[in-house]
Write a protein that binds this ligand. Sequence first.
Ligand code: GLA
Length: 331
Amino acid sequence: MNVHVFAPGRVNLIGDHTDYTGGLVMPMAIDRYTEIKGTRGGDRVRLTSFDEPEPVDLPLEIDDPQHVEPAWAKYVAGVVAELHPREGFTGHVSTDIPIGAGLSSSHALQVAVAMALGHRGGIIDLAQLTQRAENRSSGVPTGIMDQLTIAAGVQGHALMIDCGALTVQPVPMPDDLEVVVQFVAHRTLVGSAYADRVAECAAAEALIGPLRTATQEQARAIDDPVLRMRALHVTAENQRVREFAAALAAGDLVEAGRLVKDGHESLRLLYATSTPVMDEAVAALNATPGVYGARMTGGGFGGCVVALTEPGVLTQGWVVQAVDGARVVES
Ligand code: GLA
């Protein structure tokens, strides 16, 4: 069977570092895609890529996806290890999602591989499977936001995702709002403080219960200053996502921009996932006439910043559109 898969990248508008405590996020799938074209059959998974000198060649049974070669094969191996496909695949990968820039190029690859290998569950199952695959491939305990966005994207809409209930509510993007992504620095979450943040949230939850439902007052009462700051970020960020959705619905783009700016300050000061270069990029954007608000987006420690603007005011960066989630064409 011939298979052609399209999996988009994603940008998060607001709600960062909330997904792994079951909180709220507001990303959108973007008009940049990883594609896989090929044929199902055989008992190996063989993939070539324009962006990688070495091909992937894997068996259908894999125990340890983290230690396969070449490096990009581990993402494929994670999916194979979770999916246990009945048959193999031979094909080619191409992408126009910038790789390693924090726009979910690796998650798009994993969702695309799962679909190429014949994943048959629904969207939530696909997101959960590829999240487990990602965690096993990278060893980093990342949340479900990226995979769910790539799987569930809706054209012209951001997605308000409740990462605890796993519900996805499409929120229309106003026509007079432009989303611009600027690349700041390559990054990987492997070896970053991402896993520390997950552990700090777990430690805060041991004190005040699930951050998903905790109040700002409860967060403020934590004695340990680091855990207090982390909990304050998460509880306030969940609230910002709700207010952002309301601002978009009301067409109040100034208010939406204010929330985005506050979100960046919280990630910078309370959550410590920004970097000085990202702060500079955000400050320059926020000082530009016609920009409602800008912030770092995604895991941080490098990656991209995102700006919400009046149409046509920025000359640098990628103007991105909200698109539908991943799809497969079989023939
Ligand atoms: C990365 C992770 C996501 C999420 C963000 C931060 O993109 O893959 O699960 O935690 O960081 O919001």
